[in-house]
Design a binder for this molecule. Structure first.
Ligand code: MG
Length: 304
């Protein structure tokens, strides 16, 4: 089961992909929830058309998704719940409360930046204004100098929690997506040399491509055994298995939730593997992670 945000006829809504039914892309989940409430419960709530809201409303996403698939198989044609073809896919989260990113969480990546892996997780934030969806363009301001993509497995939080111990951490996870932690490397290195924060290097509009969907955790066999591949213009640049993470997902959730409450819709980007290289104007990026799909974005240099 995969949740996605899409736009059709100017309306932003939520979709659900499941199994393979020929000739259909999935169901319109926003419409399905409304039809379900009307037919089965005899009432109708306001439409849920944003993923953040859906995650807050439904803590048991897989149960809800299965119920909606069953409902759609009965009333789908009548209520026009099916999406006949692929709609315009947007980032799966438009306004997450926070995007927390882990630095140097792969030993070979730490080595290529001249560091050893840290003893405890290093983290920083990206803001929601940096998010773009599949097919949107990464803007690369000339004044930044070198800009790199970073493929990362991103964890989407589904349940709230504060100071969550490791053995309960995975209960907080709703699912997974692909995130590109675009980084202005020259700006970051200068900040590092001066002992200054990394914020500017990580937060420029369009520096957080995300998507194409949220794959529910029940359909990811092991988040610590997924192949990740970044290709630029068809040439592989980064390739690694998530099993090579220095600090695993429960460790990251335990660490981050000690400092801040985690809420449904929050995103944790788990770090990038080795192979970082600069982008150039006109590059086409394809990021793939096993079972999570492919996130494609083009790059455009801008003159300011
Ligand atoms: Mg990163």
């Amino acid at each position: 089961m995969q949740l996605f945000q899409f736009r059709q006829k100017g309306l932003v809504q939520i979709g659900l992909q499941f199994g393979k039914r020929t000739g259909e892309f999935g169901i319109n989940l926003t419409k399905t929830l409304l039809a379900f409430q009307r037919r089965e419960l005899g009432r109708e709530h306001p439409a849920i058309d944003r993923m953040d809201t859906l995650l807050e409303e439904y803590l048991e996403l897989d149960d809800m998704a299965k119920e909606m698939v069953t409902f759609a198989s009965r009333y789908g044609e009548e209520e026009r719940l099916f999406l006949a073809e692929e709609p315009e896919i947007l980032a799966p989260l438009q306004r997450p409360g926070k995007i927390l990113c882990i630095g140097q969480n792969y030993a070979k990546h730490a080595a290529e930046t001249g560091s050893k892996p840290p003893a405890t997780p290093v983290y920083f934030g990206k803001v929601a204004d940096c998010i773009i969806g599949p097919g949107e363009t990464i803007m690369m301001p000339r004044r930044f100098g070198r800009v790199d993509p970073e493929i990362e497995l991103a964890v989407v939080i589904g349940k709230p929690g504060f100071q969550v111990p490791r053995d309960q951490a995975m209960d907080m996870v709703a699912g997974y997506t692909i995130l590109n932690d675009v980084t202005a490397r020259d700006v970051q290195n200068k900040a590092k040399d001066q002992g200054m924060p990394w914020f500017a290097s990580k937060n420029y509009a369009s520096f957080c491509p995300m998507g194409p969907n949220i794959t529910l955790k029940q359909y990811v066999h092991d988040p610590h055994d997924l192949e990740m591949t970044l290709s630029v213009n068809g040439e592989v640049r980064q390739q690694e298995n998530t099993g090579q993470m220095v600090f695993d997902i429960p460790h990251l959730i335990e660490t981050l939730s000690w400092q801040l409450p985690l809420r449904p819709g929050d995103v944790i980007a788990t770090g990038t593997p080795h192979g970082i290289q600069a982008l150039a104007d006109g590059d086409l990026l394809e990021m793939r992670i096993d079972g999570l799909g492919c996130l494609k974005n083009a790059v455009r240099e801008i003159q300011h």
